[in-house]
Design a protein around this ligand. Sequence first.
Ligand SMILES: Nc1nc2c(ncn2[C@@H]2O[C@H](COP(=O)(O)OP(=O)(O)O)[C@@H](O)[C@H]2O)c(=O)[nH]1
Ligand SMILES: [Mg+2]
Length: 359
Amino acid sequence: MDRLGLVGLPNSGKSALFNALTGGDALVAPHPFSTTETEIGIAQVPDARLDALAKMSESRKVVRAAFEVVDIAGVQKSSDKGDAFSSRFLAGLREVEALCLVLRAFEDEAAPGEADPAGALSNIELELVLADASSLEAQLERSGKKRANPDPAQQQALEVAPKALELLHEGTPLYRSPLGTEERELLRPLFLLTTKPLVIVVNIGEEQLGAADEHVAGLAADLGGAAEVLAVSVQLEAEAARLEPDERQEMFEGLGLGEGALVRVAAAAWRILGRQTFFTTGDKESRAWMFRAGAKAPECAGVIHSDLQRGFIKADVIAWDELLEAGSFTAARAKGKVRLEGKDYVVQDGDVLEIRFNV
Ligand SMILES: Nc1nc2c(ncn2[C@@H]2O[C@H](COP(=O)(O)OP(=O)(O)O)[C@@H](O)[C@H]2O)c(=O)[nH]1
Ligand SMILES: [Mg+2]
């Protein structure tokens, strides 16, 4: 399961966002040291396509796509010297697949902190850059001492490392740098932070909802394509997360919040991580599965179970909306809408699959 690590200055709304995404009850409090322990929660992502399929199949169980949200303890204080992130915090961040930066734009006298998203971003970027530079220096030094380095992936990573270090010394986070996706991919074994995909949540107050786009545009332009930027009224969303689904829907509609933060953050995270969704559906269960965009049918079968990949023969495939329109697999088959696809089929977002396998 993908893990999204929350990063932000104290009182930016990380714990509140954690609650909004997981429906959880992390301690939300207006002082910097309230989060003393790392919180891990599971965000189950609503998907109307899945709900419709489950209804069609009269499924007894519905399993949503999910990701883990990690609110890591150990941000000490706002600082311009690069020591706000403790080593414990940084170690926690190395474990996640994507970072979610929470930048405060809301004004609230009761919660100390500045409403300065751009300032917070450069503050955080400095912390991340310094952490990467010192980690890279240490790794390069270690590798210099060791004569034989048997791991080829590590070796390749170390070849790109000096160039990356130079960029970091200039103060450039690697996601903003001219390093290509390929080179960043090569660096993966070095567990750097600024090679991770980035979602940026600008935490706006309720009264700023009307101008949400303005809070996003400047940052998005500044970052180019390096990150997904969203404006979220985190506190409102955290309150919504506590409601029953019907009431929540009503609140979202009433306030013009669309599908809500959970769906929007998940969509952004999955876009930058290159994830897509396929479905399986039946009377027992309807389920959404995440897969790597561009993956072929056997790899997707392997997401369900390794046996299905090993013994993969063919897959019955139909787009979710075509299946719904037909009303059932049987009806869709009768209309010739279900395709039989082989090992080279590149699975599409929204496909419904039935795997034929033999082990
Ligand atoms: N007005 C307002 N207050 C918020 C919002 N998000 C968080 N807060 C408040 O800011 C304080 C810090 O929030 P918290 O989630 O604990 O921040 P963290 O330190 O980043 O985990 C709390 O008092 C929250 O109620 C928001 O969108 N609007
Ligand atoms: Mg907190």
